[in-house]
Design a binder for this molecule. Structure first.
Ligand SMILES: [Zn+2]
Length: 319
């Protein structure tokens, strides 16, 4: 018996075949080629599943179920991809049905951040926790919620969109169309935007010399003591802390798994984040709270997709 897990991102597609205990046996990776549209991407998924099964020596009928994580918004209960920003052409696509038909394996989709939360909960840094939030801060800001030991997706699968908590009304435009979302001011994209606005006006900053500074440029300059770079990270950390404090007040979690490339900025971002998180949440809501780094790294989503497939197989058996 085997399970298939898929992590479908805007740039990379990964497919894993896992054994009955959820251990990844075979993983294949391919570029998503998202710009070539929906049919092309679905065709690539189906081919990658066939390739992974063949490499693994597993026949399709030995696979109990398939789990796939992809960028939101998605509706897991309806098996529908709604309109992910980085997968053009995927508007209201019944992906569960399409993949089940094309692979012959019952297929189940979910938001990738939620599946990463599930992966960390079952096999990573959050084992044993029943109330936890997984937060990832990279190009965007996403989260997955596990409440009472189960994935919490909300009425239509959209829960956990913490990136779009407005922390600076009237602030920079977010890709969602609102202004001042925490994603617009504290993600890699937000840090980059802040640097590109401020650097040309600040001749005494090292960033002034850099054409189109990236988040990595900002972090490097901050480490070298650059005042502008440090103030950009301080502001990003402060806004991130407000969103974190809001989550803490709402959910009273016992654990927050906090990951993503932006955290590599370290102290200049994390110290102001802690300060503003504490200032914007109740002490009682933070009692006993632990904030930890993810343990599964880039594999959390793939491992979570396998766990999600297993969850459905178990539910089908008990139904
Ligand atoms: Zn937004």
């Amino acid at each position: 018996m085997a399970f298939v897990g898929i992590d479908l991102g805007g740039t990379q597609l990964r497919v894993a075949v896992a054994d009955a205990r959820g251990r990844l046996r075979t993983v294949v990776r391919h570029p998503t080629e998202a710009a070539r549209g929906r049919r092309h991407v679905i065709d690539r998924i189906v081919k990658a599943v066939a390739e992974a099964l063949e490499l693994d020596g597993t026949r399709p009928r030995q696979v109990r179920s398939l789990g796939i994580g992809l960028p939101g918004p998605v509706d897991p209960a309806a098996g529908l991809v709604i309109s992910p920003a980085n997968l053009p052409g995927f508007h209201n696509v019944p992906l569960n049905r399409i993949l089940t038909r094309a692979t012959g394996v019952p297929s189940f989709l979910h938001h990738d951040a939620h599946l990463a939360a599930l992966g960390e909960h079952r096999r990573g840094a959050a084992r044993g926790a029943s109330e936890l939030i997984y937060v990832t801060v990279s190009t965007g800001i996403g989260a997955g919620l596990i409440l009472r030991g189960d994935l919490y997706a909300g009425a239509h699968g959209i829960a956990g969109e913490i990136g779009h908590i407005v922390v600076q009304p009237g602030g920079p435009l977010c890709r969602c169309g609102n202004h001042g979302c925490v994603e617009a001011v504290a993600s890699g994209t937000g840090i980059m935007h802040a640097a590109r606005v401020a650097a040309p006006k600040t001749p005494d900053s090292a960033l002034h010399q850099v054409k189109d500074p990236t988040p990595e440029d900002v972090v490097r300059a901050a480490r070298a003591g650059d005042a502008l770079a440090n103030s950009i990270l301080e502001s990003a950390g402060t806004f991130l802390g407000i969103a974190m404090g809001t989550l803490i007040n709402l959910f009273n979690p016992q654990l927050i798994v906090l990951g993503g490339s932006v955290l590599k900025a370290g102290r200049p971002l994390l110290a102001p984040m802690r300060r503003s998180m504490n200032a914007s949440s109740w002490k009682a809501s933070r009692r006993g709270l632990r904030i930890v780094r993810p343990a599964l790294g880039g594999d959390a989503g793939l491992i979570g997709a396998v766990e999600f497939a297993q969850l459905h197989a178990r539910n089908a058996r008990s139904a």
